[in-house]
Write a protein that binds this ligand. Sequence first.
Ligand SMILES: [Zn+2]
Ligand SMILES: [Zn+2]
Length: 258
Amino acid sequence: MGLLQTAVTSIYPPRCLGCGDLVDSDFGLCGSCWAETEFIGGAACDMCGVPLPGLTENGPIACDSCLKTPRPWALGRAALIYGGMGRKLVLRLKHGDRQEIARPAAGWMHHSVKTILTKNTIIAPVPLHWMRLAKRRYNQSALIAKNLAELSGLEWCPDALQRMKRTPSLEGKTQQQRAEILKGAVNVNAKRRHRIIGRPVLLVDDVMTTGATLAACATACRAAGAGDVCVSVLARATKDTYTQSPQSPEFWRVDVWT
Ligand SMILES: [Zn+2]
Ligand SMILES: [Zn+2]
């Protein structure tokens, strides 16, 4: 640890991202918040990362939703379940200006994707429309992507993809409605296209619900000539957490930010 880092650590000792208690390491969570976070390990869908308990890990497996909605990407991984502490962390990072969550989040994601990365993979975040970016001041997916690039030693390209139009919220919309809204909404940035042509791309996002946004991004990458596109998300909203709930205000309640 460098001198400056030691000084910073003694002024700002690491605190749990869940409850704010002091923790020994910069891993991010204290024991009890760790226990409240559903990390995904063991057998999981190879396309979206949802856990598939009871299945063996021999060969590629897909969950019902990925069988029903074929994904335009090769492989996908999620670090945790969007629920409980996982949901709180996503909302705090996205809306609560808790940008320090990006580092440990990238660490957990790195753990889940390292077997699908290649030396040539380039990491690209799911983009925000510039108007939304101006309002929020940062793109949470780009923060994660930057940290993931540092941890994995891979290149990243923050503006490989662009949101061409400002899309309405996808909350409560069906898969078909989401696909319709997102038609033509994402493009590969013409100035960055040379960086992804023929290369494997890892798309990074904070949360995957139906996968419509990631699908739009993956389709744009493939159309621009990228190699295999894989997907890494911090949290996967499972059927249980999203089929009934995106319409309910409770699901998106933001008082958990603080
Ligand atoms: Zn805690
Ligand atoms: Zn799946």
